[in-house]
Design a protein around this ligand. Structure first.
Ligand SMILES: Cc1cc2nc3c(=O)[nH]c(=O)nc-3n(C[C@H](O)[C@H](O)[C@H](O)COP(=O)(O)OP(=O)(O)OC[C@H]3O[C@@H](n4cnc5c(N)ncnc54)[C@H](O)[C@@H]3O)c2cc1C
Length: 445
């Protein structure tokens, strides 16, 4: 008898490792691997396993065909690998080996490899977060030693392809079909899921835009995998090679790092402007793979009757270069005019805290922060905003922050490059007058 592990059930919790007094079982790539040379069939690990992934089994050495995971295999992850029955071949001396069986390097096999970025293209517009994610995806792919690929689903997308290469994709998958002309959840989710099923990427990323927030959960559901929304940091665990997906949790009071251990692909969305923009290299090219879209208009119930663009002012808050943001410190809606005048003088976009939005002074799409928009302007002027963590996560990567607050202990002052402590009703009109004067005279600074 010896211990066998059902890899489809093992969740890598480590309970068996803790329980084994002989140190005869260990976690390798997040999966329990018994060492038959140390194991004495005590069965303690089998009893403690919360998912019944372990059992005492008879070895069938003759059928074993273990294959050592080579460094070139990078992060390739085989979900459906059952442990070969001949566990006696797992270790040689002190050297522990990770077994891979039925590994197929071609599409359609069980190998999940590659970092994909879904490039959002709709109504002739590419969401710039797609390029930010190609920059971030590059780092992840380099850590894993795998390919970085872009995915474009839409209609008449030819112009987008060279851009995807220019921003760093090595390979681009394209599904171009009239059904994908206007964004709808069902066809887009179907197009992406079909590609994922065929090519099996290990990680897929998309912007936490309206489209990303809508289509990614549908894709995750189709793939029966996990999805971490609104990540602010992504990384690769050097040991397990799992995607570390970090995002604010519990109302923004802690940063939680979330792992998707047992399902593939690992899926995450990231808000616009959280990651930096990568360098664009004109003329860079790579491999282009065009895929058919098998479904027709009749297969989908939702029809687009009309496209009404969002209010231009608020729609581009995440791209604004100068933002004047107000908080509850302005005390009443009538005082908004102070911020509006300052914004007009600077050619800035008006935004605010959730406090200001809930007071009815601004619309929700003008809200900066965790439950609003993430911004990264060159200049962010915060007027009467305290700087709660939920606000800071949406603006603290701004290039230059000016905060006006009458409380010297206000948290916003800790992230500000310039903090002006005083009454906003005196300071803001004075600033507006001074900016107007200087800009009229063509003084740049
Ligand atoms: C799950 C969750 C999500 C959230 N998401 C967001 C989000 O996306 N964005 C967001 O902003 N908040 C968010 N919040 C709310 C957040 O916690 C704060 O409540 C909110 O940011 C406070 O808004 P405020 O800074 O405008 O108001 P306050 O905290 O009341 O601050 C007002 C500030 O104005 C200053 N002030 C008052 N009078 C003057 C004056 N005359 N001159 C100068 N300064 C003055 C005060 O000193 C104070 O610092 C969220 C909360 C939760 C629980």
């Amino acid at each position: 008898m010896t211990v066998a592990v059902d890899r489809t059930k093992c969740i890598g919790c480590g309970a068996c490792v803790m329980e084994c007094s002989l140190e005869a079982i260990d976690l390798v790539d997040g999966v329990a691997v018994p060492d038959p040379q140390k194991c004495k069939d005590l069965g303690a690990c089998v009893k403690v396993c919360p998912t019944n992934a372990l059992s005492l089994a008879v070895p069938a050495q003759a059928q074993a065909n273990p294959e050592q995971r080579s460094p070139e295999a990078g992060s390739k992850f085989n979900l459906k690998d059952p442990l070969p029955e001949a566990v006696s071949d797992y270790s040689q001396g002190n050297e522990k080996k990770t077994i891979r069986s039925q590994v197929s390097p071609v599409a359609g096999g069980d190998v999940w490899s590659g970092v994909w970025v879904i490039i959002e293209y709709s109504n002739g517009r590419i969401a710039p977060v797609s390029w930010e994610l190609l920059g971030e995806g590059r780092k992840l792919a380099d850590s894993l030693g795998c390919e970085l690929c872009g995915v474009i689903a839409g209609h008449q997308v030819e112009g987008v392809i060279p851009e995807a290469f220019a921003y760093g994709a090595e390979k681009v998958y394209v599904v171009d079909h009239p059904v994908l002309k206007d964004y709808r959840t069902e066809p887009y989710a179907e197009a992406i899921a079909a590609l994922v099923r065929k090519y099996q990427p290990e990680i897929i990323l998309m912007g936490a835009t309206s489209m990303g927030r809508d289509v990614f959960p549908a894709v995750a559901t189709k793939m029966q995998t996990g999805l971490t929304a609104d990540c602010t940091v992504l990384g690769i665990d050097p040991e397990t090679k799992l995607l570390q997906q970090t995002r604010p949790a519990f109302g923004g009071n802690i940063m939680a790092t979330i792992l998707c251990r047992t399902r593939r692909p690992q899926m995450a969305t990231v808000r616009p402007r959280v990651m930096g923009m990568p360098e664009r290299v004109e003329g860079r090219s790579g491999e282009l793979i065009r895929e058919e879209f098998a479904l027709t208009e009749e297969d989908f119930r939702t029809k687009v009757l009309e496209f009404i663009p969002a209010d231009a002012k608020s729609a581009f808050l995440d791209k604004a270069e100068i933002i004047v943001a107000v908080g509850l410190g302005i005390a009443a809606k009538r005082n908004l005019v102070l911020a509006e005048e300052l914004a007009e003088a600077l050619g800035a976009t008006l935004a605010g805290s959730r406090g200001a939005v809930e007071a009815g002074w601004l619309s929700h799409d003008q809200q900066v922060g965790q439950s609003g928009v993430t911004v990264r302007p060159k200049v962010y002027i915060a007027i009467g905003i305290s700087g709660a963590i939920q606000h800071l996560v949406g603006m603290e990567t701004s290039d230059f922050i000016i905060a006006i607050n009458n409380d010297p202990e206000a948290p916003i002052l800790r992230v500000a490059n310039y903090g002006i402590v005083g009454d906003l009703f005196q300071i803001v009109p004075a600033l507006t007058a001074e900016f107007k004067k200087r800009l009229q005279h063509g003084v740049a600074n």
